[in-house]
Design a protein around this ligand. Structure first.
Ligand code: GLU
Length: 482
């Protein structure tokens, strides 16, 4: 069997990490099995459709490194891959189900539906359509439709028996048919519901496996029944366990995690997020945490998807990102760091000193866990400090400090401006003054960066250049003298 899988988002909001994880598992499975990965846009809920979110979705999938073999932008043998462009197909299939006796037209008005709901509430009955139109005479039904009377098309769920299907993660799942209501297949506006559209498309596009979030499990018996009614074989189902927020509960924007776009803005690398999401509910069977793309593809298998819900551990994501930052050549980060600096208003400084970008990235890359941290802890590469860390001042700025640094200043003016010459100068100077190395080093770092931490001091001084360092030490001596 050729493996054909799909990611089928509804473009109604941002690409959530849960959706991204589904996309990624589908992609990995296709790549592992030498199959095809499709992107299909499920935009049949026109009231919730949003063009911008479709663009964002495509951008975020690409940013993560996911490419599709068939779908929007690339085309394919089952075009179009956007459901709103396939309406004729769904209508034809809904009518086919009516003809076969598996579906019926429902002319109930929204007023009637409201009344039904009210009555059910009053009598404490489970909600759902009361099947009022299920047994309408087919000739009358066809005549009313031909006369233009508004209606939906509903699936005729069996009233007895049970529906059983196998799920690769959960095993056999069984539903009593009498609990399934007669769901809508085609709406009054002629648009299909998700249920009809995805069944028709999964068949039409020869989808072999459906990997999707396990919130779809309760809908799956209806899907299985629809496949049967059409006389088609249903795909293999594999429902992915839900992702929990750190500390439990549903993952939400407020609870730590959000959209893929938010993680990009927070300064995560796509490779790190990819690696992290791949291990969310799946494991390679050993304790590897950092895995390259070829390693992930090579080890991926549906059997090792874990039935237990996975917790989103942002600390682990940060750690992983730090590891990826160490591996990434500095040059590969310039574009993104430039963008983050520009966002923070440093465009003129970037233009005035383009060589500073390489120094900033080079010196802080391996010390940072995220790109925003890399930028924000290194703003002194671009501007003089506007304050000094209070705690560090209390600790390192002694009454004698100004005099000690003052003695060093003329020697700084004269020294050859390299990290090694600077280090030699500091060593000689502390010896001459009879003080500890630390007594010159910490006040110097504070003066030039305002911070108590950062890259190796002498590399930093070399990177900042002589004039800047001397100016900043002078300012610190004046500011901190009182
Ligand atoms: N359009 C559905 C969603 O947005 C897809 C569900 C499925 O994969 O079948 O989640």
């Amino acid at each position: 069997m050729t493996v054909r899988v799909r990611f089928a988002p509804s473009p109604t909001g941002y690409l959530h990490v849960g959706g991204a994880r589904s996309a990624l598992f589908n992609w990995l499975f296709a790549r592992k099995m030498g199959g095809q990965f499709l992107l299909r846009i499920e935009d049949t809920d026109q009231s919730r459709y949003n063009e911008q979110s479709l663009q964002d979705l495509i951008r975020d999938l690409k940013w993560l490194g996911l490419n599709w073999d068939e779908g929007p932008e690339v085309g394919g043998p089952y075009e179009p891959y956007v459901q709103s462009q396939r309406l004729g197909l769904y209508k034809k299939h809904a009518e086919e189900l009516i003809a076969k006796g598996f579906a019926y037209r429902c002319f109930c008005t929204s007023e009637r539906m409201d009344e039904v709901r009210k009555r059910q509430e009053e009598n404490k009955l489970p909600p759902g359509y009361d099947r009022h139109c299920r047994d309408l005479d087919p000739v009358e039904s066809a005549a009313r439709a031909a006369a233009g009377e508004a209606h939906v098309i509903r699936f005729k769920s069996p009233l007895g028996g049970k529906t059983v299907f196998n799920d690769l993660v959960r095993g056999e799942i069984e539903y009593q048919n009498h609990l399934l209501d007669d769901l809508v297949l085609l709406k009054t506006d002629g648009f299909p519901t998700y249920h009809l559209a995805h069944v028709v498309d999964d068949h039409d596009m020869r989808i072999s496996h459906v990997l999707r979030g396990d919130e779809w499990i309760p809908s799956t018996p209806r899907h299985v029944l629809m496949f049967k009614a059409f006389g088609w074989e249903h795909p293999v189902y594999c429902h992915l366990p839900v992702i929990l927020a750190p500390g439990g509960g549903k993952l939400s924007k407020r609870k730590g995690a959000a959209s893929v776009g938010d993680y990009r803005e927070k300064g995560y690398l796509p490779q790190a997020l990819f690696n992290f999401l791949a291990l969310l509910g799946w494991s390679p069977g050993d304790d590897r945490e950092k895995m390259t793309l070829p390693e992930l593809i090579e080890s991926f298998s549906l059997e090792r998807i874990m039935p237990k819900s996975a917790a989103f551990d942002e600390t682990k994501l940060e750690w992983l990102n730090g590891q990826y930052l160490i591996d990434t050549p500095a040059e590969d980060l310039y574009v993104e760091i430039r963008r983050l600096l520009e966002l923070r208003g440093y465009a003129p400084d970037l233009a005035a000193k383009p060589e500073m970008l390489a120094r900033h990235v080079g010196l802080l890359k391996d010390r940072s866990k995220r790109l925003d941290e890399l930028v924000d802890t290194g703003l002194y590469f671009w501007r003089d400090p506007d304050s000094y860390e209070e705690k560090a001042l209390a600790k390192y700025w002694k009454p004698e400090t100004a005099q000690r640094l003052g003695k060093l200043l003329p020697k700084l003016e004269a020294v050859d401006w390299t990290a090694s010459a600077l280090e030699a100068l500091y060593r000689a100077e502390t010896e001459e003054q009879g003080i500890k190395f630390a007594e010159l080093i910490h006040p110097t770092r504070l003066s030039v960066s305002g911070l108590s931490f950062g890259p190796g001091l002498f590399e930093l001084l070399e990177a900042l250049e002589k004039a800047t360092v001397i100016r900043r030490i002078r300012v610190a001596l004046e500011t901190l003298a009182t």
